[in-house]
Design a protein around this ligand. Sequence first.
Ligand code: IFM
Length: 486
Amino acid sequence: MTAVRPDIAPKQAPEATRFPTGFVWGAATAAYQVEGAAAEDGRTPSIWDTFSRTPGKVRNGDTGDIAADHYHLYRDDVALMKRLGLKAYRFSISWSRVQPTGRGPAVERGLDFYRKLVDELLEAGITPVATLYHWDLPQELEDAGGWPQRVTSDRFADYAAIMAGALGDRVGTWTTFNEPWCSAFLGYGSGVHAPGRTEPASALRAAHHLNLAHGRAIEVLRGQLPAAAQTSVTLNLHQVRPLTASAADADAARRIDAVGNRIFTGPMLRGEYPEDLIADTRHLVDWSTLVHDGDLAAISGPIDVLGVNYYTPTLVSTPEKGAGSTRDDGHGASDYSPWPGSEHVAFHLSEGKQRTAMNWAIDPDGLYNLLMDTSRDHPEVPLMVTENGAAFDDYVSPEGRVEDPERIAYLHGHLDAVQRAVADGADVRGYFLWSLMDNFEWAYGYSKRFGTVYVDYASQRRIPKASAHWYADVIRRHALPPTGPS
Ligand code: IFM
């Protein structure tokens, strides 16, 4: 064997652990957050168009009308993804762009945008990963009652059939929902997200109908897509930790785990709602009439991959303890709780951790634990990290660069956590950085920058931040660089 001369040896340390063969490297966005073109080519308002136009709901009165103008700039954006070496792009489809009223025939011009986007990606050698729903219900369906109404699940199954028909020949990985917890509990519970309703019982009903819609859509997709297609759902599983070892805090953690996590993983992956969830919430909903015969069988149809999104852990106690207690669980302050039946639980900021611009504690061990816990509880389903990333107060230097060492440190720590979980047996198939580019951060408007690519909204110029170059290097190596950021 020829010895490698030290002066030309690869920079990567020989002991650097490579990610598993086939591990997918991607970045993610969502339709309302990046597309803009809110009233073009037949698109009609979604609940987020309405919500963002409602005074006081979104910081600075920002809307997604223009956003990052991805609708017009997608070709440039795909070219940029290619330059960064991304292997996959996770995007979502705007339901009201392709089926404006949420019912009836599709609009070809809307479908064409996604056909062109996908073709551009395939041409660039980037795998498209499509999410059917990332929070933007057509307003007409909300006017008819929204997710608390069972019929909305029927509408969603029809929409899934339209999309499978339009893109099934070119998209191989399909996700039904992104973070249905947020749709149900921030949308109908605390009201900090669209449609801004504050009705605990409706939030629980919405959760069941989102589950049902997921199950029905999976059945539709399976029936229409080629056998090799992968189906999935993405959950923001809360990494819940009790503040102390007390029985009361353990019960707080159990409750938040029930209404934050197991309300979805229970029916989807085990075919049942958890008994303790039903007990905690039976004063709000009658589960025996909400859940019809056959619903659980429909919801628990097999999926190929479970997407998990992770940003920060959730530290809880009951009752409130000390000055660190807050009603704000990190999802946005409201007088109304997004935790029906467990409104008395208090949330805490972890001590001694650095924070992102969202004031979220940086804690990569939370991702490690989440991956290990999920693969222990559901060993049958492979995992994909479908979102992970951080907002910081990025700015363009006089030299035109965006230096974001905190984001590099964040990503490094979390990718290391993924690698540790893989080494310890978790079947993690890939990682999608949130987000490809700065975008509309929901109730925070454009005030929070999650992108690895900076967007100058005035000119729509894209500037890859230092973290984008760092991530490109990780992708090239298929391993973390030998030294962490300073
Ligand atoms: O921007 C959101 C995304 O839409 C869903 N997951 C969390 C991200 C950061 O808040």
